[in-house]
Design a protein around this ligand. Structure first.
Ligand SMILES: *[C@@H]1O[C@H](CO)[C@@H](O)[C@H](O)[C@H]1NC(C)=O
Ligand SMILES: *[C@@H]1O[C@H](CO)[C@@H](O)[C@H](O)[C@H]1NC(C)=O
Ligand SMILES: *[C@@H]1O[C@H](CO)[C@@H](O)[C@H](O)[C@H]1NC(C)=O
Length: 220
């Protein structure tokens, strides 16, 4: 049953470090974009041995894209969004948190998947469950495309079952509401605008207005 997998962790560097010099004084300032709506939820774990151990917790969580680890306090945080330069302000710099984006690497092809994606061999596809920043239908389509993917299609019963199992078994997804955007096909029911078809956790399809902001599932 055990799935052969390996993952790559990518050390993230701060992107914007500005040095300001004036007369006899020198300042160093870090600039962060506004944080509103950007803070991903974190799942803190304590007494984690090292950053690899921390990354292993991430690998086991279908929604984890990034970890932050502090050697100083053996503290590990799992995050559903990739780290960018603003994430440094999640943590107290005193504790020397380092951020790692976690990428699954496909065994056969050595392809490095986008962070947060998990390879599903049985369906020959990689899936990513976006729940922490709910989006409307238009935006969910665009955001999947920005990652090089698209909203997931659910043509086969077994793929649908896999997804429904994950939606119910992952603790974060289980508390992320009951509606998820996917890519409707004839088989799953084409909705008429302004209504959009959504997947429920019980594996059925319902309709919501397309401006409803809910979690969504991408594949590539
Ligand atoms: C649900 O998750 C638990 C713990 O991660 C695991 O042991 C169990 O096999 C999972 N159940 C299903 C149906 O995948
Ligand atoms: C899906 O719908 C399109 C347009 O109505 C139609 O041309 C096509 O044959 C349908 N495909 C299936 C598998 O039903
Ligand atoms: C979706 O959200 C974007 C950004 O908030 C907004 O510009 C757009 O009008 C929304 N689209 C719909 C159909 O609600």
């Amino acid at each position: 049953m055990s799935r052969r997998q390996y993952f790559q962790i990518v050390f993230l560097q701060l992107l914007c470090v500005c040095t300001i010099q004036s007369l006899d004084r020198k300042f160093r300032a870090l600039r962060y974009p506004p944080m509103e709506g950007l803070m991903p939820p974190v799942m803190p774990l304590s007494s984690v041995q090292d950053e690899m151990d921390c990354a292993m917790f991430c690998v086991k969580d279908e929604t984890c894209a990034c970890v932050s680890y502090s050697k100083l306090i053996s503290f590990c945080m799992l995050m559903p969004e990739p780290a960018t330069d603003y994430d440094i302000s999640i943590s107290n710099p005193m504790f020397h948190f380092y951020h790692f984006n976690v990428h699954e690497v496909r065994i056969e092809t050595k392809e490095i998947l986008t962070q947060g994606y998990r390879w599903h061999e049985a369906h020959q596809t990689a899936l990513r469950f976006h729940y922490s920043r709910p989006k409307n239908n238009t935006e969910s389509i665009q955001l999947c495309q920005q990652e090089g993917g698209e909203l997931v299609t659910l043509q086969t019963e077994s793929k649908l079952n896999t997804i429904v199992r994950i939606l119910n078994n992952n603790t974060k997804l289980a508390s992320a509401g009951n509606h998820f955007y996917y890519n409707p096909t004839n088989e799953t029911g084409l909705p008429s605008p302004p209504m959009c078809s959504v997947l429920t956790k019980s594996g059925t399809f319902e309709e919501v207005t397309c401006d409803t902001e809910i979690p969504y599932i991408c594949e590539k």
